[in-house]
Design a protein around this ligand. Structure first.
Ligand SMILES: C[S@@+](CC[C@H](N)C(=O)[O-])C[C@H]1O[C@@H](n2cnc3c(N)ncnc32)[C@H](O)[C@@H]1O
Length: 188
């Protein structure tokens, strides 16, 4: 299984029939497509700002994440086009939201989502903000989760993901489960 399929399978096993979910940070839409292909009734909000480095916050760039540090606008535009192309194969089920995570969250009704998967700004500040924006969108009994929890990859500093998730989980008194490819999940 490829890494995006591992993440996708960890998400899929937590989705009910007729699920409504959001993926925060979709890049080229690889995981989104995997989810939509393998869950025939899923409706998925695909949120990505597709910005170059000069428009990314310093704390995100400092993680060393390649997606925070793209300097070529054509490259970012091609990521967006690829994701949009994939979404077109699932009319009415894949909803592209080409905006900042916080702005997208404001347009979604509270308590309406079965699962939110956070895979965008991997800094402490970014994940903390995404948790604050998206947790209220999850329905009771639904899931919040994300990527790169306890990821020791030496080329990135993803320690902020662990810190933000652990702080949030202990404040909320919820248990964090880990799954394939450094994914984490907690039931709300
Ligand atoms: C690691 S990639 C996502 C990978 C994707 N989830 C997958 O599994 O194929 C991170 C993406 O998050 C997006 N991103 C980062 N910060 C964001 C923000 N504040 N709002 C929306 N998207 C953001 C970036 O543009 C990038 O495309």
């Amino acid at each position: 299984m490829k890494p995006f399929e591992q993440r996708g399978s960890a998400v899929l096993k937590r989705l009910p029939v007729n699920a409504v979910a959001a993926e925060i940070g979709v890049l080229r839409g690889m995981m989104s497509e995997y989810l939509l292909r393998n869950h025939p009734t899923l409706k998925l909000f695909m949120v990505d700002s597709w910005q170059t480095a000069e428009n990314q916050p310093e704390h995100y760039r400092a993680t060393g994440d390649v997606h925070a540090n793209h300097t070529d606008p054509a490259r970012v535009a091609s990521h967006r086009r690829e994701a949009e192309g994939r979404a077109k194969n699932f009319p009415g089920r894949a909803i592209i939201m080409p905006v900042l995570s916080a702005d997208a969250a404001q347009t979604i009704e509270d308590g309406s989502l079965d699962l939110v998967f956070i895979d965008a700004d991997h800094s402490y500040e970014g994940v903390k903000a995404d948790l604050a924006a998206w947790v209220p969108k999850v329905k009771a009994g639904g899931w919040i989760g994300g990527h790169d929890y306890r990821n020791p990859a030496p080329e990135f500093d993803f320690s902020g993901v662990d810190r933000a998730v652990n702080e949030w989980a202990s404040a909320w008194g919820v248990v964090v489960e880990t799954d394939l490819n450094f994914t984490w999940f907690a039931r709300i």
